[in-house]
Design a protein around this ligand. Structure first.
Ligand SMILES: *Cc1c(COP(=O)(O)O)cnc(C)c1O
Length: 368
């Protein structure tokens, strides 16, 4: 018996989603494949996106790009978090530079190797994470970025920022608009000095809700994998994404209980009637979140079966009472087949990103 979930990754759906996102941007999509392509498998996903003509790929760390280059992927790879310069030259990667100090290190290494390196610079317009802080009127930031533009061995090819909050509904875009204003102000000041790098700030949510932030490229992950970043159907009707990941497992044991039988740790579930309980070989060690306990459903023989009791480390119990002919070996759908990533995220009070990376991250994958 093989443990754990099996994920089917639909590469045709991925291609469809890339085309759909490209229709928003007029072409340029930096496809974000960090965290093993959000649990979908970065190598296969990147090969598919490359063949489909994606403008560029993006990962979080240089170590993630190593795997892509080793698999023969030639696309430009933007690395969102810079680091030791060496690998960027060895693997021909584009760092996003977050400080003048880091830029100088890249410049020194470029000179040492007699090379030129394309870099993008990130400005922190309000995310409070990485990048050059906008202090006062952004004057320090501006001076630093101008310095970078003139460092030997570096070519300042991109300027980027990242939104911290993009939500549908009243007030949901207020802070993003302020961030956009700050970003545009820096852009204009740089342009005034003849520095005009490629500008990108928008990821999935803002691609849909704040089209005026589109600029030269969209930096998109979630939409490519077929999910929306928010609950409300705020996307235009024509914007039909296809889910890329489906996750399945099989029943390993079926038990019949009388009324009053507790199920799993802490007795949080007690049968209210004669019940049939199915055990599946998937637990939180497989990325099936413990927060699904007594909340999520799976699909067994075409019907919804609720999770009964706590999700354990290696197994989970489903209440299949009333579903006919359930037996060991039956297929169980954990995600897909009518169970959307949004439902799973809501059940665990989390976002689709966490569900994808946890569940897909540890599944055995099949690409179709
Ligand atoms: C993860 C990430 C993205 C992609 O975000 P999605 O919401 O998945 O589109 C874009 N930019 C940065 C800086 C990121 O960290």
């Amino acid at each position: 018996m093989e443990r754990g979930p099996e994920a089917k990754i639909d590469l045709e759906a991925l291609r469809h989603n890339l085309r759909t996102v490209e229709s928003l941007s007029g072409g340029s999509v930096i496809a974000v494949v960090k965290a093993d392509a959000y649990g979908h498998g970065a190598v296969e996903v990147s090969k598919t996106l490359e063949r489909q003509g994606a403008f560029a790929l993006a990962v979080a760390y240089a170590s993630e790009a190593e795997e892509l280059r080793a698999a023969g992927i030639k696309s430009p790879v933007l690395v969102l978090f810079d680091g030791e310069p060496g690998p960027f030259f060895d693997l021909d990667l584009i760092p996003v530079v977050h400080s003048l100090k880091s830029a100088k290190r890249f410049s020194r290494e470029a000179r040492r190797r007699g090379r030129q390196l394309d870099v993008h610079v990130k400005v922190d317009t309000g995310m409070g994470r990485m990048g050059f802080c906008i202090s006062g009127e952004g004057k320090d930031t501006l001076a630093d970025i101008c310095d970078i533009a003139s460092l030997p061995g570096l070519r300042l090819r991109g300027l980027m920022s990242h939104f911290s909050e993009v939500q549908p509904g009243k007030g949901g875009l207020d802070f993003a608009r302020l961030q956009l204003e700050r970003f545009n102000s820096i852009r204009q000041q740089l342009a005034g000095r003849g520095i005009k790098p490629l500008a990108h700030i928008s990821s999935s949510a803002s691609s849909l809700l704040l089209p005026e932030a589109g600029m030269d490229a969209l930096r998109v992950g979630l939409l490519l994998y077929g999910a929306l970043p928010f609950s409300a159907p705020a996307a235009p009707a024509s914007f039909a994404l296809k889910p890329v990941m489906e996750v399945k497992t099989r029943i390993i044991l079926v038990k019949r209980f009388g009324k009053g039988q507790p199920v799993s740790y802490d007795r949080t579930f007690v049968t209210a009637r004669r019940s049939t309980i199915a055990v599946i070989p998937v637990g939180y060690a497989d990325g099936y979140l413990r927060a699904f306990s007594n909340r999520a459903c799976a699909i067994v023989r075409g019907r919804r079966a609720p999770v009964a009791g706590r999700v354990c480390m290696d197994v989970t119990m489903l209440d299949v009472t009333g579903i006919r002919d359930v037996s060991e070996g039956d297929e169980v759908i954990l995600l897909g087949g009518g169970l959307s990533i949004r439902e799973l995220a809501d059940w665990a009070a989390t976002n689709p990103y966490e569900v994808m990376t946890s569940l897909g991250g540890r599944a055995r994958r099949r690409f179709e």
